[in-house]
Design a protein around this ligand. Structure first.
Ligand code: CA
Length: 237
């Protein structure tokens, strides 16, 4: 790749002096050189794309076969790896629908507690609830393989909240509730999702004063998977 880049950069610098008075023969040589560098770069880009598509296809096949064999933990580990590769793609791709990360997220980097985290699933980076409030769309919190899972975020002080957003990995929640509390003991349900489809959930509700916000899982998309959220966000408006 370095060699191709070097050729490319040389071609560009030659192109910059092209407008000056240079012999016709030299111009021809430069054009030929440029065309060759362009075609090398195109071939390289196409090869990278093909290789990435093949790896993605192979990993998807592996997930299906391991799931069929009942090796759910293996399938989940492979799925995490696939997620990493797809995340790499998004670095160069147009921004995802949930980007940029909103700056007025009241839950950002706040203290969290949770029912637990997936273990032994090969999740990278290690699954922990903090991943759901770190403002990073590439780190997630994966739960244990149970329906009744939860996470609580402490906003630090009472805030008026009226919206929650959850960005899901493929292992999304089909059903869950959002609860609010001023003392961490008495909870009031402020929103309920009963038809989750994954992606980005946006739940709006009447302005409510609360310091703690709890997400309660009720039903996973697939019982052989955990819940897995990229981001859990709380807003005042
Ligand atoms: Ca995250």
């Amino acid at each position: 790749m370095n060699a191709i880049l070097a050729i490319w950069m040389t071609a560009i610098s030659l192109f910059q002096v092209e407008s000056q008075e240079i012999p016709q023969e030299a111009k021809k040589a430069i054009d030929k050189y440029k065309a060759s560098a362009e075609s090398a770069k195109k071939a390289y880009d196409a090869a990278v794309l093909r290789a990435r598509e093949q790896v993605t296809k192979d990993l998807k096949t592996l997930i299906q076969s391991e799931t069929a064999k009942g090796n759910i933990d293996v399938a989940f580990a492979v799925k995490s790896k696939l997620g990493e590769i797809q995340n790499e793609d998004t670095v160069q791709a147009p921004p995802r629908s949930e980007s940029p990360v909103p700056s007025n997220n009241l839950a950002l980097n706040k203290a969290v507690t949770a029912s637990g985290s997936a273990k032994g699933d090969g999740v990278t980076p290690p699954s922990r609830p903090e991943n759901a409030v770190d403002g990073n769309n590439g780190t997630s919190w994966a739960t244990n393989h149970k329906d009744k899972e939860w996470v609580i975020v402490d906003l630090g002080k009472p805030e008026t909240v009226s919206r929650v957003e959850i960005a899901w990995e493929a292992a999304y929640a089909a059903e869950y509730t959002i609860e609010a509390s001023l003392n961490g003991k008495i909870w009031a349900e402020v929103a309920r999702k009963a038809d989750g489809q994954g992606g980005l959930d946006v739940l709006k509700f009447p302005p409510t004063k609360a310091r703690w916000i709890r997400w309660n899982g009720i039903k996973r998309y697939k019982t052989e998977w955990p819940y897995n959220m990229w981001e859990f966000r709380v807003f005042g408006n």
